[in-house]
Design a protein around this ligand. Structure first.
Ligand SMILES: [Zn+2]
Length: 280
């Protein structure tokens, strides 16, 4: 692995990643999955954590159990998003646990989740889109948001910070944020309509995150765009960390939509507030 900003772990054959910046706080757990250590076969091999992509639900559930056991999450606390590339942020509570995992979804269009309750594990899904992790280290609240290019351009990073300010009275300067494994500036090539959406982001200069390739093609750095959007929402620059890990360049062990096409499994990000002094 070429990223120095994430730790890599292996337990019982399951490989997963965590952010050292979050690992320092003993009242929170964070993890990002890989393809390694699950029971799914063929194009879903092997740790597919997405329901509804053609893999059988029994395998996906088994993969969630294996991942939780390895990374130290309680399966009964998982609470999932319902992603559709919009920017609605849902506050969830203990009573919502199980939604999207072992209870039916009860809402459409939830691309971000926040909570300040312990033992509610937020779960969002990925295969190139950008995972955004948030922790208010003082008020002890967390957030997780799914930022594809649409969510990035619609500033879901800023909307998540604002939701934490509104719901938990968070001070953005107490928030730490992490930008997870996703398609990198090396691989995210777009054409003019997508470029035009990013040019509407007036508060960040296009040359800070867009390279013009010519012939109507552009390379967009979604990591830098999200980082600057989160910084503009008041989170100090030094509180923002990037995985710097491209899913497309690493599609042998991370699912990538652009590398593998639509018949593939999916990755999951998780974060959960726990009892203090948890030394797992
Ligand atoms: Zn790449």
């Amino acid at each position: 692995m070429d990223s120095k900003n994430m730790n890599i772990h292996e337990k019982s054959g399951v490989v997963y990643l965590t952010f050292p910046m979050f690992d320092k706080y003993k009242f929170v757990k964070n993890a990002f999955s890989t393809r390694i250590g699950g029971v799914s076969k063929n194009e879903f091999a092997s740790l597919n954590l997405n329901f509804g992509r053609g893999d059988c639900d029994r395998n996906v559930t088994e993969n969630f159990h294996k991942f939780c056991l390895a990374a130290g999450f309680d399966f009964s606390t998982l609470t999932a998003s319902s992603q559709d590339h919009h920017t609605f942020i849902r506050r969830v509570y203990a009573e919502n646990r199980g939604i999207g995992i072992f209870k039916p979804k009860d809402m459409q269009s939830v691309d971000g989740l926040i909570t300040n309750e312990k033992n509610v594990t937020l779960v969002t899904y990925y295969a190139d889109c950008v995972p955004l992790f948030f922790l208010d280290t003082k008020k002890r609240a967390i957030g997780l948001a799914h930022a594809g290019w649409r969510g990035t351009a619609a500033k879901i990073g800023e909307k998540t910070v604002k939701a934490m300010v509104r719901e938990f009275n968070s001070n953005p300067s107490d928030i730490i944020a992490a930008i997870g494994p996703s398609i990198g500036p090396c691989c995210f090539e777009v054409d003019t309509p997508v470029y035009d959406e990013f040019m509407k982001l007036e508060e960040i200069k296009s040359d800070e995150f867009i390279k013009v390739k010519g012939a109507g093609k552009y390379m967009i750095d979604l990591w830098e765009a999200n980082s600057r959007i989160i910084k503009n929402a008041g989170v100090p620059k030094d509180n923002i960390t990037k995985a710097n890990l491209c899913t497309k360049c690493n599609s042998g062990w991370l699912y990538s939509h652009r590398a593998l096409g639509p018949k593939r499994g999916g990755l999951a990000a998780m974060i959960c507030l726990t009892e203090d002094n948890n030394d797992n």
